[in-house]
Design a protein around this ligand. Structure first.
Ligand SMILES: CC(C)(COP(=O)(O)OP(=O)(O)OC[C@H]1O[C@@H](n2cnc3c(N)ncnc32)[C@H](O)[C@@H]1OP(=O)(O)O)[C@@H](O)C(=O)NCCC(=O)NCCS
Length: 185
């Protein structure tokens, strides 16, 4: 299947884009996080931009959101692109679209308006294997963020965390605590 890569700033999404993306996201994440008129998560960090793969009819079948942020580390700040809302239409799971989406992300991490030093992602254990197979590298850093339950309690701990090279090589990834300075993605 030939897929078209679409990239858009959050602020440039049309109502039709939101409707099509929320259909995909609700199917991939059943529950209250996404709604028919809301293609962004209710509790997690709002993204700055979206990258998705659309079929010949323009229907989005794979999607991710990114937000660039200066994270705090013990050796200074690092510009990361937090990635979240990674979703493939359930009808297309296991057909390689998730991997294709991650390849599309790479070009944007290295140059252009979404570029960052590293891609950054945290996930449930159940999907860690997917990221390990699609170009992400697991790291052992503890992280600090605001709890999604109230957006104000500071939490620190270890969660499955992956990084991906952008403008800098993975050998530059710092050790120690990564302070996300806000909600996680
Ligand atoms: C996780 C998800 C994005 C994977 O997308 P996909 O298009 O089915 O994945 P692909 O077909 O591109 O698979 C790429 C590789 O990852 C592997 N993989 C896919 N899902 C996996 C999983 N849950 N656990 C371990 N490996 C997985 C595939 O076997 C394949 O491996 P291979 O290269 O050795 O053949 C998709 O299942 C999804 O949307 N799930 C629901 C939403 C979700 O949980 N998103 C992640 C939130 S953090």
């Amino acid at each position: 299947m030939t897929m078209r890569v679409v990239t858009a700033w959050e602020t440039a999404l049309s109502e039709a884009d939101h409707a099509a993306l929320s259909a995909l996201l609700q199917a991939a994440f059943p529950g209250p996080e996404f709604a028919p008129d809301r293609s962004w998560p209710a509790s997690w960090a709002r993204k700055q931009a979206r990258i998705w793969l659309a079929d010949a009819d323009g229907t989005p079948l794979a999607h991710l959101g990114i937000e660039r942020r200066l994270a705090g580390t013990e050796s200074g700040e690092v510009l990361i692109a937090g990635v979240g809302d990674v979703a493939v239409a359930p009808s297309h799971h296991g057909t390689g679209l998730g991997a294709e989406l991650m390849r599309a992300l790479d070009a944007h991490l290295r140059g252009g308006p979404f570029a960052a030093d590293f891609g950054f992602l945290q996930c449930r254990e159940a999907v860690a294997g997917f990221y390990a197979r699609t170009g992400w590298t697991a790291v052992a850093n503890p992280t600090r963020h605001l709890a999604v339950s109230d957006a104000r309690t500071v939490r620190e701990g270890h969660w499955p965390t992956f990084v991906r090279p952008g403008r800098r090589p993975l050998t530059d990834w710092p050790p120690g605590l990564i302070d996300l300075r806000g909600l996680p993605w």
